[in-house]
Design a protein around this ligand. Structure first.
Ligand code: SF4
Length: 463
């Protein structure tokens, strides 16, 4: 028995004569082609959406968007690799009609059309909804840190900037003295090299001044050199890496990402309300039920969501009273009386409100704890204080929804964490581009690619 053998490379017609014959009828590349051709490029705001009447013809943005979506679906994200794929990948040749733009043209398209690419991503979500692929009865909100295109070594604070500036000033002074000395003895040798070094040092000094001004302007403690929009966040050995906080709102039944955003928030605490409202608006609804983890628990967000018709289900984070041996009364032992706005302590004494709202909380204090038998289990101070969030009622209602429906948290975990796992693998865990403009375009392409794969899989599932 021999082997299964291929065709002779020199035979006149190795490949089928029509390139369309190479593409499977249900290949994802056909979905990309149909979807992009159906987009209104002018309305989305793509550059060169209509061809210029004069000058050298440019590439059609439809072809470049198809190329990028195909790349992200197949985990080929860099412009140089996409340029290579144009010359060797039969599916790409089919998709863009054997065009072979250079990597700069490809990269410029992503850089210059960020907002339009986000619009294309949104258009696909609306298309899926029109097709009845998801209903968004429950939406899971989650966030994850994605590494920025900058090293941890590029994170600077005022003290590091000042230290380097001091070294540069000393070096400049020493070089200037060297130049003076050379002038005195009329030696021209080496002056040109010294002048070049001085110019480089002054340039660096000016850059340090800009970074220091950026820290002052944004009232930040740290700045990432070369990637001013990113912030050090997350946890990793060797310091917090410069990253972005990517937020997604996912349909809990299908896993389709309905809305996403790239932010510089170091945690998720302030993201529940903006994400929920943006998702609701995208769907054109009056109300929306959302679920998120404890990282989103925030009294202000709970109240804002209620006001905007969002039914938020988020478990609360409660601080533990670890004073004494950790067995002292926690807040649940104190009963709140909404009618009189006061608490009753475990000994039955009344605690009155003290002062206005301070950092979102109200404080209640017992007037007199002397002679109380329970005091050893209540406080080590003279009197006991209890805090209450200014929107405690909304916070309690939000927490109660989760307690009443325990399956919600499991559904959240199953629906929101899977898209992040897949998308971070597609992105190799980090952005290639810099700044909000680049990262938002990149994330939109990733979400669009993920949703496309997900929708194809959903369609393939037996109903
Ligand atoms: S120590 Fe004060 S607040 Fe605590 S139980 Fe006794 S009286 Fe009430």
């Amino acid at each position: 028995m021999g082997y299964v053998t291929g065709d002779d490379r020199r035979q006149p017609c190795l490949l089928p004569p029509v390139i369309d014959d190479h593409i499977e009828p249900d290949a994802p590349v056909r979905v990309i082609d149909v979807f992009v051709d159906g987009l209104d490029f002018l309305a989305l705001g793509f550059e060169r959406a209509a061809p210029a009447s004069t000058g050298r013809p440019g590439y059609d943005p439809r072809d470049l968007l198809k190329l990028y979506i195909y790349g992200y679906v197949n985990e080929v994200r860099s412009s140089r690799r996409l340029e290579r794929e144009c010359k060797r990948n039969v599916e790409v040749m089919w998709l863009v009609g054997r065009l072979a733009p250079d990597h700069k043209t490809i990269a410029d398209f992503r850089r210059d059309n960020g907002a339009a690419i986000v619009g294309a991503c949104r258009a696909f979500v609306l298309f899926c909804r029109e097709q009845g692929l998801f209903t968004a009865v429950l939406v899971s909100i989650d966030g994850s840190k994605v590494r920025a295109a900058a090293s941890t070594l590029r994170v600077l604070d005022q003290s590091r900037i000042a230290e380097e500036a001091q070294k540069i000033d000393a070096a400049v002074a020493s070089y200037l003295a060297e130049l003076d000395q050379a002038d005195a003895v009329d030696h021209g040798d080496g002056c040109q090299a010294t002048t070049q070094v001085l110019a480089a040092l002054r340039e660096r000094r000016a850059e340090l001044n800009r970074l220091a001004a950026h820290l002052d302007k944004d009232d930040r403690r740290l700045v990432v050199e070369g990637e001013l929009d990113a912030r050090p966040m997350g946890y990793r050995r060797g310091g917090k890496p410069p990253s972005y906080n990517v937020q997604i709102a996912v349909d809990a039944d299908t896993g389709i990402v309905i809305h996403h955003d790239v932010t510089d928030e170091v945690n998720d605490l302030r993201m529940l309300h903006p994400m929920a409202v943006a998702t609701r608006d995208l769907l054109g609804r009056d109300t929306l039920k959302v679920v998120a983890d404890t990282g989103y628990s925030n009294g202000n967000a709970a109240a804002a969501c209620e006001a905007d018709g969002i039914v938020a289900c988020v478990p609360a984070i409660r601080s533990v009273n670890n004073r004494g041996d950790g067995d002292q009364f926690d807040r649940s032992r104190f009963r709140y009386d909404p009618e009189h706005d006061q608490y009753t302590c475990p000994a039955g004494r009344t605690m009155h409100r003290k002062g206005p709202v301070n950092r979102n909380s109200l404080y209640y204090v017992s007037r007199d704890c002397s002679g109380c038998e329970l005091k050893p289990r209540c406080t080590q101070a003279e009197v006991r204080w209890v805090s209450r969030h200014q929107h405690e009622d909304a916070l309690e209602r939000m927490t109660k929804r989760v307690a009443d429906e325990p399956a919600l948290m499991r559904r959240r975990r199953c629906s929101a964490e899977h898209p992040f796992g897949t998308m971070k693998r597609m992105m190799a865990g980090r952005f290639l581009t810099r700044g909000f403009r680049g990262t938002r375009a990149e994330m939109a392409l990733t979400v669009l690619a993920f949703n496309m794969i997900r929708s194809i899989n959903l369609r393939a599932q037996p109903s």
